[in-house]
Design a protein around this ligand. Structure first.
Ligand code: HH2
Length: 277
């Protein structure tokens, strides 16, 4: 058994000796699993605090959907959506991550006390890397093939595990060369981002190989379309499928699960660990 990894997130240090749960709060009108109206501040705050009461270790706030049909959002609009919530949660001692690809949003979020940047583009936007490198926050580097608008059209890989691993390792090398300590880096294979069901399942089988790179793995299976294809369930009816996928990912080496349904995930992980550990 390898010793548990640790993760530095600004002033926090997590010993990853149990699975951690990241609760998703999207302040968007068009996220794939959300409603069709922009949630207001009070609704979002209540949702995040309920997740913390239910056992979430951190909250991931998103102000721009990454689904293929999502409308692009300006810097100002995204900041207006996420910053008040970041500030309110940080003031309450909550560990906050911000899901963004925009350097300006990253900078403002870090200044407001967010301790993780979750970037589905793995800090590839110009200026994203220096913003994060200058700080002490953690960063989640996710793999995506193509761009959100077209990524699901016809994704093609030779060997999806080899290619995702090579991409993540290349990004890690760029970050470490820029001075980002390895203890601040989290990797994510990006389930559903330019991947077919077969690709996603191959990546699940290959998860131990990604974990062997020695960085904590974060996985986002919650409510995703592969679960819909496996079960025949609509997006608002994928709770059991999401919980099962989260457990399977932890069994294969994931350290952090990114979920919409915190209470059920936390309960399932507690029982599973008590019985399987
Ligand atoms: N999935 C989504 C968004 N951000 N970040 C990471 N690291 N990993 C993921 O798998 C991931 C992510 C998509 O889910 P959601 O936030 O619910 O939807 P949307 O992007 O439509 O807001």
């Amino acid at each position: 058994m390898l010793p548990p990894l640790s993760l530095m997130l600004g002033p926090y240090c997590w010993l990853l000796d149990r699975p951690y749960v990241m609760g998703v709060v999207n302040v968007t009108p068009d996220s794939f699993s959300g409603g069709s109206k922009l949630p207001d501040f009070e609704q979002s705050l209540k949702k995040a605090l309920t997740m913390i009461d239910d056992g979430a270790d951190m909250i991931d706030i998103g102000g721009e959907s990454s689904r293929p049909s999502a409308l692009p959002v300006s810097n100002d609009e995204e900041l207006q959506r996420v910053l008040p919530l970041v500030e309110a949660l940080v003031a309450r001692g909550v560990v906050v991550s911000v899901d963004t690809v925009k350097p300006a949003v990253m900078k403002a979020a870090i200044d407001a006390g967010a301790v993780m940047i979750n970037d589905v583009q793995a800090l590839q936007a110009p200026e994203a890397l220096p913003v994060v490198a200058r700080s002490q926050v953690a960063v989640c580097l996710m793999h995506m093939q193509g761009a959100p608008r077209t990524m699901q059209d016809a994704p093609v890989y030779g060997d999806v595990v080899v290619e995702v691993k090579a991409f993540l390792l290349a990004r890690v090398n760029v970050l470490e060369a820029a001075g980002v300590a390895r203890e601040r880096i989290v990797l994510d294979p990006g389930f559903g981002f330019g991947k077919t069901v077969a690709h996603n399942l191959a990546l699940m089988r290959g998860l131990p190989e990604l974990a062997a790179l020695g960085y904590p793995l974060l996985v986002g299976w919650s409510r995703k379309s592969t679960l819909g294809l496996l079960t025949g369930r609509a997006v608002d009816d994928r709770l059991a499928a999401s919980v099962a996928a989260g457990l399977a990912a932890v069994a294969r080496g994931a350290s952090i699960v990114r979920v919409h349904d915190v209470r059920e995930t936390v309960d399932a992980l507690r029982v599973w660990r008590a019985m399987m550990a």
